[in-house]
Design a protein around this ligand. Sequence first.
Ligand SMILES: [Ca+2]
Length: 584
Amino acid sequence: MQQRKLAVALCAALVFSASLVSAAQPDPNRVIVKYKPGAKSQAQAAIAAAGGRVHLQLDPQSAIAVTLPPAALQGLRNNPSIEFVEQDAPRYPLGQVVPYGINTVQAPSTVATGADGTGITVCVIDSGIKADHEDFAGVAMSGYASSGQTWNTDTCGHGTHVAGTIAAANNTTGVIGVSPGKVGLYIVKVFDGASCGYSYASSVSDAANRCASAGARVINMSLGGSTKSVTEENAFNSLNSNGVLSIAAAGNAGTSALSYPASYSSVMSVAATDSNNVVATFSQFNSQVEIAAPGVGVLSTYPFVDASMTVGSASFIVSALEGSVQATASGGLVNGGLCTSAGSWAGKVVLCERGTISFADKLNNVKAGGGVAGAIYNNVAGGFTGTLGTVAVTIPGISMSREDGLALIANSLGLTATVSTVPNSNASGYAYLDGTSMATPHTAGSAAIIWSAAPTKTNLQVRNAMNSTARDLGAAGRDNYYGNGLVQTLAATEALLGGGGTPVAGPSGLTASNSGTVKGKRQINLGWTAGTVTVDVYRNSTKIASAINNVGSYKDSIGGSGTLTYKVCNAGSTTSCSANATVN
Ligand SMILES: [Ca+2]
C-alpha cells in the first residue's frame, strides 16, 4: 500500500524562554580597565584612588570591571600601569531568536529593502496550523479543512513549524520568519491525527486547486511520496500555467529516488542544508533537485510544549529526548562533562555534553551517580533532537543548544534547576526540526518576499531569478545535491528588479583606523553605525567577512603595506553599501 508520508519524521517540542529583561538600566559609568602585564596591584590601587567600585576581576584577560566617576576616567587612561579603558558594553537576553536559516537565505537584508512579503499569499498544504500561537499574532490567515477537521488547529506540529519559518512575526518573542509576519497565509489541512501519517495525491491536488482559488501565488508542500500521479502532475502543470509557483520538499530518504510532487518539472524541488551550508545526509539527490535551503536544526513555532527547563529564574529552549519518561525533577545544577561515567551527583540535575556515548548511556550514568535529571547540550552550534532508542531510562532527559549549555556552565552551576518532560498540549511552543520539510518553507518564504518587490512579474520570472542567483555549492554548476545552490533572496530580488529598483541605504558612518602592528600584521579597526541587517565587509573590493552580525565594528588583520579601502554592505548586496573608508 502506498503511503504519502510527511517529509520529516523527527519531532520534538520545546519551550521557549520569555524575555528576561530587568527594569534597571545598564550603568553608563561601568568600564573595563585592562592593565599591563604584572601591573594588577598598581591598577587596583589606581582604581581605588579614583573612587572606583569593582564588579569583576577578569584575571585571564588582565582586566577589571569597575564603575568609575566620569571625571576619573582620563586620569586612569593616563596611568602607566593601565593599557586601556573601554565601555563595559551591555549584553541582553534575547527575547526573540533569529534562526540561522533566516540570515542564510538573506531574508533580513531583503526585508530591509521593503520587500517583506506584503501583498503575497503563501499557501501551506500540511497539517493545519496553531492559529492562536503567540508568534502568529497579526498574521493574516485563512484556510480550509475537510468536513470534521479544522484548518486552524494542528495535532502533530508539522504545519505550524513550516508556517513559522515562512511567517513568524517580528515581535518581542519566539522566532522570526523569512517574511516577518507580513505575508498572508492560506492553510489547507491534508494531514491530521497525532502522527499526521499520510494523505493522497488527489487530496494534494485538490488542496493545490484551493490554494489557487484563494489567491495564493506560492504553494508550500513539505510532503511527498515516491509514486508519480498523472492527475497530480496535471494539476501542477495547470497551476504553473496559471501563474502559481509550487515548491516542495526533495525528500528525506537520503537516496537518489525521486519524490512527488517535488519532482514534477512544474514544481521546485528543495534540498536541505545545515548551518555550514553542507547538504544534509537525508536530503534526496536527483536530477529534479532545483535549489537548496536550510533544513537541519531549524528552530520554529510548534503547537505544544513537550519539555521545559528553568534554572534560577531563567527558562531555556529544550526538547524532551524521544523516549524519555514524562516527569518533573529539581536539583542543583552540576556539570557532568561528557557523562561517560557516573559522578557524585546525588539529587542533582546534570549537564552533559553530547558525544562519545549514546544519550541513553549518558542518562543512565547520571542516574547511577544519583542525578535526578539529565540535560544534554549539543557539541556543535544550535539545538538538536535526540532519541533514547529502546534503552530504558527512568529519569527525565532533555536536549538543549550548545550555546545555552555553555552559558549555564559559565554562569549557573549550583543554582536550582527544574526539568520537566511533562507535555503542555496547549502552549505556544518552539521546536528544532530536521528535514527537507524545513528547507521548503525557507524557499517558499523567500519566493514570497522576492515577489512582493515586483508583484507584476510572473511565477517563471521569480523562479528564474531564484535559480540564477542561487549560491553555487558542491560540484561547480548545477548538481543533484544542491541543485542550482543555496537560496539567496536579496540577490534574486535585485535580479528580478533588473536594476530597476531603488537601492536601499546601506551601513553609514564607516571609519577605518590603523591601531598598530601585531606579529607583522597591521591591525585595522573599522567602525560604523550598527543595525539589524547582517553585513558583508570588503577590503580592496574583496569580501573578507560574510553575513556577520551588524554590531558596528570589525577588526581586520593584514600583512604588507599600502593603501587599504574598506566598505560594508548589507549581506548579499553590492549596492546597499557604506561609503568607502581608506587607511594608509
Ligand atoms: Ca517572533
